[in-house]
Write a protein that binds this ligand. Structure first.
Ligand code: HEC
Ligand code: HEC
Length: 142
């Protein structure tokens, strides 16, 4: 009998403990504001921070062009790694990630990779059909 009482007491105190901890936490759960979401994103998680364009204080606050875990980002990082730029910036922007001198790094850089004049060499490398269609879009042929 005594043991049963003890067990009950243990059970009740365990549950009250759980509730004591669970209640304030569930109160804290609120819908995140846009700026909170932005702050919570892991922008630092490029494949190789402190290399290429993300080093020496250059572009270290840059957002990934696509979520790090996405297929597109992975493919860009792979493509970049093969040419010595694991963060993949030169896949779209060209230029040289090997110099700390801004002028040298930005030499022949493509500022607007989605521009129709260069898109074959940037997005078109992986999205040839889309780019073909863009060029033949009515707005471009008329
Ligand atoms: C998938 C192609 C792609 C990749 C990879 C890419 N960019 Fe861009 N980037 C763009 C496009 C498109 C724009 C927008 C240009 C415009 O305004 O038309 C842009 C804009 C920018 C700008 C202009 C300012 C801004 O923030 O909008 C900077 C700086 C920049 N990129 C740096 C980088 C760096 C550094 C990396 C590597 C970490 C990188 N980009 C990787 C396509 C890319
Ligand atoms: C290194 C290859 C590569 C480059 C360069 C590239 N992409 Fe992608 N992109 C992908 C892959 C892989 C996917 C995911 C598979 C798919 O949806 O086709 C994708 C998906 C997308 C999607 C669909 C995303 C979604 O959420 O459904 C868009 C839009 C897109 N890319 C636009 C662009 C633009 C614009 C550029 C140039 C500024 C670009 N891509 C450059 C590989 C690339």
């Amino acid at each position: 009998m005594n043991k049963l009482l003890q067990f009950r007491f243990l059970l009740i105190s365990t549950f009250s403990l759980i509730f004591a901890f669970a209640t304030p936490q569930s109160k804290q759960q609120h819908e995140m504001t846009a700026s909170e979401i932005v702050q919570s994103l892991d922008y630092a998680n490029f494949p190789q921070v402190n290399s290429g364009c993300i080093s020496n204080g250059c572009h270290d606050k840059i957002e990934p062009i696509r979520q790090h875990g996405s297929k597109m980002a992975s493919m860009i990082y792979q493509k970049g790694e093969k040419v010595g730029d694991p963060n993949g910036c030169i896949v779209c922007h060209a230029g040289s990630p090997f110099s700390n001198d801004k002028n040298i790094a930005h030499e022949n850089m493509i500022k607007f990779p989605a521009s129709l004049w260069v898109i074959d060499k940037t997005c078109g490398e992986c999205h040839p059909k889309h780019v073909y269609n863009i060029h033949r879009n009515l707005r471009n042929v008329s």
